[in-house]
Design a protein around this ligand. Structure first.
Ligand SMILES: [Zn+2]
Ligand SMILES: [Zn+2]
Length: 253
């Protein structure tokens, strides 16, 4: 796909939390429009080709009142939420995780196609949880930020913020540890270990706020769940999760 040669535009920006806006625009401008799902040329930015579009499953119904999981037209709560009520205020995803949906975060994170963040932000902004008043991106640990050069959740969050008017606070939640080793730990110990990786730097900024945590993909919910616990402990009124794609099959957190 030749993505490697296209990364040079922002390689020198590595280590900085966010790309400078003019550089972002330049990198974006320099790349020809390609389908975010398969990289075939398309007529305009942020457009999918026909086959990819046909394979995307957009999630627009409310689903489970606990987590937003589609319930096939039924109302109420899914089995997982009945058994173990979530502490978050819902998971709002633009699309179901699948072969095409999965390509966008991969192109963004590993292919350096930063314009893909905007492609994801559009449908995500339309899924904004009601009453939201602050966006917070899931943070990366410092060394991962250094290696990648950007936090994909920040880039996506900026696009969502611009479209929705909901402000984003990108420094309030920090990842103080890299992913801990979880082998040999009980579920409860795992949860504690992941939660200890996050810290709220400014509790006053989240106190009483209806926070929306922004991430690219929601899979097991372990990382997002840790962020939710830390934000609630810091005084947030509620924390919902907004993501591009969520895993639907094999539900359960
Ligand atoms: Zn395509
Ligand atoms: Zn549920």
């Amino acid at each position: 796909m030749g993505a490697g040669s296209k990364q040079t535009g922002f390689a020198m920006e590595r280590g900085r939390a966010v790309l400078a806006a003019p550089l972002l625009a330049l990198a974006h401008w320099a790349l020809p429009p390609r389908c975010p799902g398969c990289a075939e040329p398309v007529e305009a930015d942020h457009r999918f080709c026909g086959p990819c579009w046909g394979q995307l499953r957009f999630l627009d119904t409310l689903g489970c009142t606990g987590c937003g999981m589609p319930l096939g037209g039924l109302s109420g709560r899914c089995g997982a939420c009945l058994a173990d009520p979530p502490r978050h205020a819902g998971v709002y995803a633009a699309v179901a995780y699948g072969p095409i949906a999965r390509e966008l975060p991969i192109r963004l994170k590993h292919g350096g196609r930063i314009g893909v963040a905007e492609t994801m932000a559009g449908p995500m902004a339309r899924r904004m949880p009601p009453g939201a008043d602050l966006l917070i991106p899931v943070p990366l640990h410092r060394w991962r930020l250094w290696r990648r050069g950007f936090n994909q959740a920040v880039l996506i969050g900026e696009g969502v913020s611009r479209r929705s008017g909901v402000p984003m606070a990108r420094q309030v939640l920090q990842r103080v540890r890299a992913t801990p080793l979880l082998r040999g730990l009980s579920p409860k110990q795992r949860r504690a270990a992941v939660t200890a990786a996050f810290r709220v730097t400014d509790p006053a900024a989240v106190k009483g706020r209806h926070v929306v945590l922004v991430d690219d993909v929601y899979t097991t919910g372990a990382t997002a769940g840790a962020c939710v616990r830390v934000l609630l402990a810091a005084g947030a009124a509620s924390v919902a999760i907004l993501c591009w794609a969520r895993v639907i099959e094999g539900a359960g957190d």
